[in-house]
Design a protein around this ligand. Structure first.
Ligand code: HEC
Length: 130
């Protein structure tokens, strides 16, 4: 009996370690190539058409500190909900996503093979300083 409960304890401990290590492994940052070059290119046109009139890229350098350590999905969501300030929510989700890819690229973060998608794991991509 005593031996059995020790085994159960060992199994629970192993599961706990496995769980913690895999959840750490899932946390990405915006330095991990989380958007594609194609999204950046598409986002550049959308940015110029819808955002550039009020914010140039320097704007993001100024506000970035307030976004560090928050999920990229929150950044995406606030832009969807509030921007363009004169017509919030007027773009397609994919256009907003491309715009975010373009902003990240302009900030100096690397593109990669992974397509940025607000429905897939964007809540687990952390914003970090450039
Ligand atoms: C008509 C002007 C205007 C347009 C167009 C516009 N914005 Fe804004 N934006 C504002 C204003 C005003 C604020 C709030 C004041 C500030 O932070 O400077 C703001 C704030 C922001 C913020 C900061 C949010 C925060 O709380 O940190 C982001 C990010 C942003 N805009 C991105 C965009 C993007 C991306 C677009 C294009 C889709 C866009 N804006 C289009 C005027 C505009």
């Amino acid at each position: 009996m005593l031996k059995n409960s020790k085994n159960v304890f060992a199994v629970v401990l192993i599961l706990a370690i496995w769980f913690v290590s895999t959840s750490y492994a899932q946390t990405k940052t915006i330095k991990d190539g989380v958007f594609t070059e194609a999204q950046v290119a598409a986002g550049q046109n959308a940015y110029e058409a819808n955002c550039n009139v009020c914010h140039d890229i320097k704007f993001y350098r100024d506000i970035w500190k307030g976004w560090v350590d928050r999920p990229l999905l929150n950044f995406w969501y606030i832009i969807v909900a509030e921007m363009p300030a004169d017509n919030p929510g007027s773009l397609l989700d994919a256009e907003y996503t491309n715009i975010v890819a373009n902003i990240l690229s302009e900030m100096g973060f690397p593109s990669g093979d992974m397509e940025l998608d607000p429905n897939i794991g964007m809540d687990e991509i952390n914003i970090v300083a450039p």
